[in-house]
Design a binder for this molecule. Structure first.
Ligand SMILES: NC(=O)c1ccc[n+]([C@@H]2O[C@H](COP(=O)([O-])OP(=O)(O)OC[C@H]3O[C@@H](n4cnc5c(N)ncnc54)[C@H](OP(=O)(O)O)[C@@H]3O)[C@@H](O)[C@H]2O)c1
Length: 280
């Protein structure tokens, strides 16, 4: 059967996408090739998902008809780009093993690697840059995508379909990718900090640690679910649960004194700024 989907880098995020693309029937195992240097990892992926595995990125890159997903660490990007560059037609001359007839879309999840760099490395290839976040590994991800110069609507649809397998997807223009990084990229750490602090508060107020942890986590999870399903504004939910002179408004007063909301706003802005600096 034709190979449609190549995964270069079968690590944490690569596997998260792979497992759901197969379990949802978006790709069949026989349509997938995974390129991964570690042999133990190769055997695991082959056994777990019945996909073709290789240590040769060039093989994966040339075989894929539809999508090449680049899921390696950003540090190895230049090495991989160099390795694959000769497979592409550069400056009008064919230097490679096989010219892509169908031109697969190259989807990169490499944090901080800009479309300009990707397009420099893979000339004239349709490219999508994507920024998923860690909850994608459990299917609760938030991914932002932006399209390169040679990308058509069908490529954007393909990329959306990929990331919808691990959560939700939005399209943004590339300059907004730093803000995406500051919010949904770094956001899981802010939320983890909040869960930990809520549990600490529970312990300070006398709850056993395990119960405090459970209460904190389920409160965050349940509130997110409620907001998501009811579509009510967060401020309205807050108003609904604060009775006059009650406990919740006493807690909120303290949060306002400690500049809780301002701290989160500043956190997103600081992370955005740092992402801009790192991208320079
Ligand atoms: N995890 C997240 O939440 C998250 C969120 C947003 C974006 N990202 C991006 O996703 C990418 C992957 O992250 P990850 O967390 O999945 O990292 P990871 O688990 O380290 O996965 C990277 C994989 O690529 C393999 N690899 C290394 N060198 C390679 C080469 N030359 N050719 C082919 N494969 C190679 C690694 O194999 P070895 O183990 O043998 O080195 C590893 O299996 C990163 O660029 C990151 O910026 C991740």
């Amino acid at each position: 059967m034709t190979i449609k989907f190549a995964l270069i880098g079968g690590g944490v995020m690569g596997e998260a996408l792979l497992s759901r693309l197969i379990s949802r029937g978006i790709y069949q195992s026989s349509q997938v090739i995974v390129s991964e240097p570690l042999s133990s990892r190769q055997s695991y992926l082959e056994q777990q998902y019945q996909v073709t595995v290789t240590a040769d990125n060039r093989q994966a890159f040339t075989q894929a008809e539809e999508v090449v997903l680049l899921a390696v660490k950003p540090q190895v990007f230049s090495a991989i780009a160099q390795e694959l560059a000769e497979l592409l037609e550069i400056n009008g001359s064919k230097t490679g093993i096989r010219q892509h007839n169908s031109k697969p879309v190259l989807v990169s999840i490499l944090a901080g690697v800009a479309l300009k760099q990707l397009e420099g490395a893979f000339p004239r290839l349709p490219i999508i840059r994507a920024m998923p976040n860690t909850p994608a590994t459990v299917g609760g991800g938030m991914t932002a995508i932006c399209a390169g110069a040679y990308t058509k609507a069908k490529h954007q649809e393909l990329a959306k379909q990929l990331f919808q397998a691990v959560g939700e997807v939005v399209e943004v223009s590339e300059p907004l990718m730093d803000a995406v990084t500051g919010l949904s990229g770094s956001g899981p750490a802010y939320v983890a900090l909040m869960v930990e602090a809520l549990a600490d508060g529970g312990v300070a107020a006398g709850l056993p640690r395990t119960i405090a942890n459970q209460l904190a986590l389920q409160t965050v999870l349940g509130t997110a679910q409620l907001l998501n399903e009811s579509k009510i504004h967060p401020a309205e939910l807050k108003d609904r649960v604060t009775s006059p002179g009650g406990t919740t408004i006493a807690g909120i007063t303290q949060l306002e004194k400690a500049a809780f909301r301002s701290a989160l706003i500043e956190a997103v802005m600081a992370a955005t700024k740092r992402s801009q600096e790192l991208g320079k």
